[in-house]
Design a protein around this ligand. Structure first.
Ligand SMILES: [Zn+2]
Length: 396
């Protein structure tokens, strides 16, 4: 193989293994000069194999690379690529055999061993053999403590295992290796560890984890919510109120997530009157917050101010016309109203000006839709990717 082919090969291997070049593969030492010499001159099958790979003709690439591997059994990289291609094609057993055969070769260098183990670990991961994948990727990390690709995959596997503490440990090593810290992921992991500690009745430890989560990424609601829930369960109502209130006032966009909780705990503390002030505060900061409009409407209706409540509900329709909950509230009010036909006319007028969908939340990574906010996407498994879908009015 000549020098000019090196970058192409790196990119192709990366494509096959799903590696984003430069970001995850910190080692990069695999193709050093002495190893390259062992590969010998490139065969026509090798070149054709890479060509087919570049044009995504995987079956033909596999055929050519198989021929190339037979011609030059010393060329470890051909076997690595071939194994990775077979894995991607779903022939995982063959991929495992090929990658294991590389590891059994006498005299391979530590970086070759690390790369072979990395490929093998990805085979096990794809096969759903998480424990073997973990063991294998851990061996990569023992050989190359800063192998970001191995660490990144270990984080994901520990997450799948719900082993949040190990996932956090790997994330710490990963940020040590890359110099970049994923504060969102860390905060979610702290929150998960906190919940597990709470369930294990280790309240003090849970409190520390929730605090760590909030300090790491203050804009994420779950730690505030869970911390408050735990404090409420422990009978510390004022402290629970304080946690939820700090979410509601510092991040009003998420205030609605704690409306019910605050109503409940403030009733017990005999200060229900403070709710109106909070709803008004949220509306003042964002007049499109339908949750706050509906909550305030409920308060007004309970106080007998039905006209005012209905107006607030119509404002909620205008703010968030695709949320079914908003329409349900309106129809409940209409059903109880003595001026039914007037109210129906106002409602129809409001709705006819709005376009709406039924599912108001969507994952920005994969477009998965859900009826409410989710913190981890069930489709693409990413954290914190859901946004409320707000539809602009259709121009007549
Ligand atoms: Zn998603």
């Amino acid at each position: 193989m000549n020098v000019g082919e090196q970058p192409l090969l790196v990119i192709l291997v990366a494509l096959v293994a799903g590696i984003a070049i430069g970001r995850f593969w910190s080692g990069g030492l695999w193709w050093n000069r002495s190893e390259r010499r062992r590969s010998g001159p490139a065969s026509i099958h090798y070149i054709l194999g890479l060509d087919f790979l570049a044009s995504r003709q995987i079956d033909r690439a596999v055929s050519e690379l198989t021929l190339a591997a037979r011609e030059n059994t010393e060329a470890i990289e051909i076997y690595l690529i071939l194994g990775n291609l077979l894995r991607e094609k779903g022939q995982i057993e063959r991929a495992i055999q090929i990658h294991q055969s590389i590891l059994h070769r006498p005299g391979i260098s530590p970086s070759e061993r690390a790369h072979g183990l990395l490929c093998l670990g990805m085979d096990f991961k794809k096969a759903g053999l998480r424990n073997r994948a973990m063991d294998t990727l851990q061996k990569v990390v023992e050989l190359e403590p800063k192998n970001a690709y191995a660490l990144k995959n270990l984080v994901k596997i520990y997450e799948e295992e719900h082993d949040w503490e190990q996932a956090l440990r790997m994330e710490e090593k990963l940020s040590g290796a890359t110099g970049e810290s994923d504060s969102t992921l860390r905060a979610f992991l702290f929150d998960q560890i906190g919940q597990a500690a709470w369930q294990a009745e280790a309240g003090a430890r849970a409190a520390r984890c929730f605090d760590d989560a909030i300090r790491t990424e203050p804009r994420l609601p779950p730690p505030y919510i869970h911390y408050g829930d735990m404090l409420e369960e422990q009978g510390q109502l004022e402290q629970a109120e304080a946690r939820w209130l700090s979410l509601a006032t510092e991040h009003p966009r998420f205030a609605y997530l704690v409306f019910d909780r605050l109503e409940r705990v403030r009733e017990k503390l005999d200060r229900s009157g403070n709710m109106e002030e909070l709803y008004q505060l949220v509306i003042d900061r964002d007049d499109k917050d339908s949750h706050a409009h509906l909550a305030l409407a409920r308060l007004r209706a309970a106080a007998g101010a039905h006209d005012e409540a209905f107006k607030l509900e119509l404002q909620a329709v205008r703010a968030n016309p695709h949320a079914l909950a908003v329409h349900l509230e309106v129809w409940k009010s209409i059903a109880e109203s003595s001026e039914r036909s007037d109210w129906i006319s106002s409602y129809l007028e409001e709705v006819s000006r709005s376009a709406y969908f039924l599912d108001p939340y969507v994952c920005i990574k994969c477009n998965y839709r859900a009826n409410g906010i989710l913190w981890r996407c069930p489709h693409c498994q990413e954290w914190d990717t859901f946004v409320e879908e707000r539809v602009e009015l259709v121009e007549p």
